[in-house]
Design a protein around this ligand. Structure first.
Ligand SMILES: Nc1ncnc2c1ncn2[C@@H]1O[C@H](COP(=O)(O)OP(=O)(O)OP(=O)(O)O)[C@@H](O)[C@H]1O
Ligand SMILES: Nc1ncnc2c1ncn2[C@@H]1O[C@H](COP(=O)(O)OP(=O)(O)OP(=O)(O)O)[C@@H](O)[C@H]1O
Lengths: 213, 213
């Protein structure tokens, strides 16, 4: 059974630990702040009050035999980098680290972390992009020029079936789901009608979206 | 032309302002920290050193006539709430605020913000979910029980066409794209073959993913 470690229980580390633990995973959480440890101790397998820079403490916590460790130490870049080095040097197979700046992230990459995460930047750019296009509630980019968009049903498509709207052929748009009130129709059939108030989850290029609206 | 305001230039606010500005939008940025203002001043339309709690300063910055304002004040919950109240009271049509805790977010909602954002929590839960299922590189939930998954091509599907794999009928899985090296085939045709090393972007239920792997 896979063992996860989480070092640093700011908002990011806390929710990583909580989500893993709620799914039944074994989680070892470490932080030097007593309140943070108290907050998480009921949720995870083991919560240790410790300075992650002290290898002995990491040993005692059992985190050095974890399969995956997530490091989320924010303001103290030095500690983030040194703890990362410690774990990688001790052979942790998968180290994932949160970075607070591109330079910080670059250092972590070069030390050999499997993944560098920039939570604020990711959500910020997603929010900003959804603000730039009216009617787009959400944009999740996944390839250059292509995204998954959540859009309000365009006026000209209301009361037409997906077959009639013919979006794939006309615009290269794939309708993935229709949100209607609080139900979601995933992978809707061609006979499904688009109604007023529907939110469409579509896959397409940014140009196709502009052509549509 | 739409005017955006961003108050609070921590990592989240900074990248919201930067992304909007890079897309050509008019952005007014406010922060009380000189270094933050200096960092952003070349990127945005107007950058003002000011305490957002001083209504006079907000007036002079022109932010009270913005269409959308994003408030990203972190540690100081009181300031975040009071600035939000100020903007909503002055009739800003769309206020979006970053929250540092569920309770904080609930207050902001009740004041009337259009959207409350929890960047660290969102990315943390996404990361944790992708760590729980081997082979899942990314999971983007969009409806109860359904997500968009990025998965390594399952061994049993290698060298089969999408038509042969018959994923939609057999598992209710819709293959949205195939990432191969650094190219991405969006909305692939039925004749497309799945090759070793491919990353599939699929839409389906969590059960369908488990059945597949
Ligand atoms: N050497 C260390 N050993 C253990 N824990 C540490 C160490 N240094 C910092 N931490 C812990 O890391 C946690 C996260 O750090 P910090 O709050 O600076 O990050 P943050 O980026 O603001 O967090 P978030 O944005 O995720 O809320 C804190 O709870 C802090 O106590
Ligand atoms: N009253 C205020 N007026 C203007 N700016 C403010 C005020 N209070 C705080 N700020 C600014 O808000 C910014 C963000 O606050 P803070 O750094 O606490 O948030 P954060 O949650 O750690 O940021 P992030 O996670 O986005 O990096 C800071 O740059 C700070 O100077």
């Amino acid at each position: 059974k896979k063992v996860f470690g989480v070092i640093g229980l700011g908002k990011f580390g806390f929710y990583v630990a909580k989500t893993l633990a709620e799914a039944g995973a074994e989680v070892i959480a470490i932080d030097k702040d007593e309140d943070k440890i108290r907050k998480i101790s009921d949720l995870v397998t083991h919560a240790y009050l410790a300075d992650a820079l002290e290898e002995q403490s990491l040993e005692e916590a059992g985190i050095l035999s974890a399969d995956t460790v997530v490091i989320s130490i924010g303001e103290n870049i030095e500690a983030s980098i040194l703890v990362t080095m410690l774990l990688i040097g001790r052979g942790i197979k998968e180290v994932i680290a949160k970075a607070v700046s591109p330079l910080h992230g670059e250092v972590l990459k070069r030390l050999g972390v499997a993944r560098v995460v920039y939570p604020e930047k990711e959500i910020a750019t997603r929010l900003a992009r959804s603000l730039l296009v009216t009617g787009v509630l959400e944009e999740i980019p996944f390839a250059p020029g292509h995204s998954i968009f959540e859009i309000k049903a365009p006026i000209n498509l209301i009361n037409r079936t997906l077959k009639e709207a013919d979006l794939r052929r006309r615009y290269g748009i794939n309708v993935l789901a229709i949100k209607r009130g609080n139900k979601v129709i995933v992978n809707p059939s061609a006979e499904e009608k688009i109604l007023k108030g529907d939110v469409l989850l579509i896959l397409g290029s940014e140009e196709s979206l502009l052509t549509l609206s």
